[in-house]
Design a protein around this ligand. Structure first.
Ligand SMILES: Cc1cc2nc3c(=O)[nH]c(=O)nc-3n(C[C@H](O)[C@H](O)[C@H](O)COP(=O)(O)OP(=O)(O)OC[C@H]3O[C@@H](n4cnc5c(N)ncnc54)[C@H](O)[C@@H]3O)c2cc1C
Length: 381
């Protein structure tokens, strides 16, 4: 028997859920097919940072702010926990402070709200920030969500509020439009199929992925025990290394100089792609990371040396009451051409969505909204 619907989405991570939600909001009957018994990919392994400040001003930043609005809509509907925590970049070196100054001079004019604080000012507002920091970039736009719980809750919300049909433990092994076949021989059919398979390049359309230049990236992460006595981190915290990581800072003329200096003075961090960030979830646990390994094949085993580098740097940029580590893991995401523009259509009305790399929690809802709006504009809304 073939199960017929309007839209089939392959993959139940944040990208699949975002495209499914947008389709359902437009009155479509949607079926999501997810291989695992619950989402288990990058979407549950991340910091839960919704991070507009790191997105290049323009389309990426707009998509991030649209996603932010959608996360808050889910919070206001009672579906998820989300905190409007903002973020700080805490720096100690002169060249890092110069990048922050250049950023704060230009970014507000480009629609990116932010402010430059001294370490003492930041420490007065946020207990986690060391007062001897040379400069602190404060941005009010960032949100915290709790990835494992949020992804499960968004899926449940789509089912309850929009009647989306989500089938877990269902692996799609073939698409021959309009037919979609699973590894158990089930057949589904829809006039529109959207593939959001994350870092799986082998199962569906491997030729599309090979041609796209998309690579896998492995990241190591850690999580503390819940902080004592309800202690709260406040804003997400990042350091000087993060300035070299996010495209948002490319507007700063002295960024290139900083990147060169960081590569020379912190070679081990550079080699492991380490830049250090911290967020806190609803339970009070602080999530710390991360490293970036693009070398295929990715090592299935994690490196204690990398964890030690992350923790040592984290201890410089923030203060925590309890540094005991309760969990360690790694995640893998796909990083390819600009996700705002990369979409392939290997069969008519079957779309493979470009990966949002390290910014899926930040961009997915905005990307989905933008893609569906573009379809509507050409009469397929
Ligand atoms: C450690 C780490 C930290 C990060 N931190 C952040 C952050 O704080 N903020 C942020 O914005 N971004 C962050 N990211 C990036 C973000 O997590 C990813 O961009 C995002 O989760 C990708 O979502 P996705 O839906 O494409 O992939 P996934 O979450 O991997 O989902 C893909 C899903 O497709 C399913 N699937 C694949 N093939 C098939 C098939 N053939 N049939 C059925 N199902 C299939 C998989 O089982 C999987 O559940 C981080 C990523 C990592 C790894």
């Amino acid at each position: 028997m073939t199960h017929a619907t309007d839209v089939i989405v392959v993959g139940g991570g944040i990208m699949g859920l975002a495209f499914a939600w947008e389709a359902a909001r437009r009155g479509r009957r949607v079926t999501v097919l997810e291989r695992s018994d619950a989402a288990r990919g990058a979407s549950i392994r991340n910091f839960g940072m919704v991070w507009p400040v790191g997105q290049l001003a323009g389309e990426r930043h707009t998509a991030a702010m649209r996603s932010r609005a959608r996360w808050l809509e889910l919070r206001d509907a009672g579906a998820i926990w989300a905190a409007e925590c903002g973020s700080v970049h805490v720096v100690f070196e002169e060249d890092e402070a110069r990048v922050l100054e250049e950023f704060t001079e230009q970014a507000p004019g480009l629609g990116v709200a932010c402010d430059l604080l001294t370490g003492a000012e930041a420490a007065r507002r946020f207990p986690a920030i060391p007062a001897d920091a040379r400069a602190v970039l404060w941005s009010p736009s960032e949100l915290a969500v709790d990835p494992p719980r949020a992804i499960a809750a968004v899926a449940a919300y789509l089912v309850a509020a929009h009647g989306v049909d989500i089938r877990f433990s269902t692996t799609v092994v073939g698409i021959d439009m309009p037919a979609v076949t699973t590894s158990c021989g089930q057949r589904f059919a829809a006039p529109l199929v959207i593939v959001c398979g994350g870092a799986d390049f082998e199962t569906l359309f491997p030729d599309v992925w090979a041609a796209s230049g998309t690579r896998r990236c492995k990241l190591q992460m850690l999580r503390t025990r819940p902080q004592p006595d309800g202690w709260r981190l406040g804003p997400h915290v990042a350091g000087g290394l993060t300035l070299a990581h996010y495209a948002g800072f490319e507007i700063c003329p002295s960024l290139l100089h900083l990147k060169r200096r960081l590569a020379e003075s912190l070679p081990a961090h550079t080699a492991a792609g380490i830049h250090v960030m911290a967020s806190q979830n609803e339970a009070g646990e602080v999530i710390l990371g991360d490293s970036h390994d693009y070398d295929a094949p990715l090592d299935p085993f994690d490196s204690e040396a990398i964890d030690d580098l992350i923790l040592a740097y984290a201890r410089r940029i923030l203060r925590l009451p309890d540094w005991s580590i309760a969990a360690r893991w790694h995640g893998v995401y796909a990083k390819g051409p600009d996700p705002v523009h990369f979409t392939a259509e290997p069969q008519r009305n079957c779309f493979v969505m470009g990966s949002p790399g390290g910014a899926g929690m930040t961009l997915a809802f905005g990307l989905a909204e933008r893609w569906w709006a573009a379809r509507a504009a050409v009469g397929h809304g």
